[in-house]
Design a protein around this ligand. Structure first.
Ligand SMILES: Nc1nc2c(c(=O)[nH]1)N[C@H]1C(S)=C(S)[C@@H](COP(=O)(O)O)O[C@H]1N2
Ligand SMILES: [Mo]
Length: 329
């Protein structure tokens, strides 16, 4: 394998898929070397034993269905869209393991059909909603959004989704409902990562009601025009493009209207690192990663300047007028 030195790379190559794939090999090679040095430790915890050396999915992913009724396409960035391969092979979905390749490898075993989402709490139309009914409640749109992870990498993803506001309106929330809380499926038999205690399962997230109702906030059900692969949170997951990626809770089974700021998984895990709001902010660094810049994948280098609210400030900043963003990170 030929590995170019960073200095030999022209900017035009940075978006080249081949090169990205080679870089992944390179990263895996790096991980391998690391593993060799720390061999004793890895063998002791036994985690790598289940990793198939080829990196191939342990279970073939279910076929994806194309959507035929996408009403409009909204592109919110001039940055190049990441490839399907990139978006579906470099993921965070701790229910399937904490390595970026684990979700692609292990999420295929998750059964996503039938799927219902329980909607409850302070609303007039609670119930168990079938996924197809949820989709019918809001028009499908393609939304090309920037995605910014708190680990200081970013991607551009062409989601297919429905405005969260359309579902919220159908559920008819009561005035007491000031926040909305969501939960991921908790099914240990199909989610090997639940055996670890990295987080207090099930994964839960929340938004203030105005954030949930904001026109940029969607429940995504697909990408690149087809149903989601499990590693991206099939069959339905949240996308809030001005917030750090972990707010985008995957494989949602319950949405609840509540009257208090919910305790979310990452805030519970480490409240000095993760805040409820988690708006992308290059000036606030509670976490160990420097948020001022980001690696726009597949770039290897954190050369892209991070923008406040991930570049969506003109549309969302007014929701936080008067809020101290350093205190409420
Ligand atoms: N249930 C659940 N949702 C989750 C996560 C997770 O581990 N479990 N990871 C979050 C994080 S940290 C990020 S960056 C995004 C990644 O979404 P993607 O893999 O579709 O790019 O999912 C978020 N949603
Ligand atoms: Mo993330």
């Amino acid at each position: 394998m030929l590995i170019k030195k960073p200095a030999d790379m022209r900017p035009s190559e940075i978006t080249d898929e081949q090169l990205y794939l080679r870089r992944r090999d390179f990263m895996q090679l790096g991980a391998g070397l690391l593993g060799a040095t720390a061999g004793g430790v890895l063998a002791a915890c036994g985690r790598d034993a289940v990793v198939d050396a080829s990196g191939a999915p342990s279970v073939a992913p279910p076929p994806q269905t194309p959507f035929t009724d996408i009403k409009k396409r909204v592109v919110t960035t001039n940055d190049p869209v990441n490839t399907f391969e990139q978006i579906t092979s470099y993921n965070n979905f701790y229910e399937f393991g904490t390595n970026k390749g684990d979700p692609a490898r292990y999420a295929g075993q998750l059964k996503t059909s039938p799927w219902t989402v329980k909607i409850d709490g302070y609303c007039n139309k609670p119930g168990d909603y079938h996924i197809d009914d949820l989709i019918r409640m809001g028009d499908l749109e393609e939304r090309v959004y920037r995605h910014r992870c708190v680990e200081a990498w970013s991607m551009v993803i062409p989601w297919v989704g429905i405005p969260f506001a359309s579902i919220i309106k159908r559920a008819d929330p009561q005035p007491k409902a000031t926040f909305v809380q969501m939960w991921t499926l908790n099914r240990p038999s199909e989610m090997p990562g639940l055996r670890s205690d990295v987080l207090d399962w099930p994964y839960t997230e929340g938004l203030r009601m105005d954030e949930a109702m904001h026109p940029l906030t969607i429940l995504a059900v697909g990408l690149y025009g087809k149903t989601l692969l499990n590693q991206n949170g099939a069959p339905i997951r949240l996308v809030v493009p001005w917030k750090y990626g972990f707010k985008g809770i995957k494989s949602i089974v319950r949405i609840s209207f509540v009257d208090k700021m919910p305790k979310t998984s990452w805030v519970e895990e480490n409240p000095s690192w993760y805040g409820f709001y988690s708006n992308v902010n290059p000036n606030v660094n509670p976490v160990r990663w420097d948020q001022s810049h980001e690696k726009a994948l597949p770039s290897f280098f954190a050369t892209r300047k991070t923008e406040i609210f991930n570049g969506y400030g003109d549309q969302v900043a007014s929701m936080y007028a008067g809020l101290d963003l350093k205190k409420w990170f």
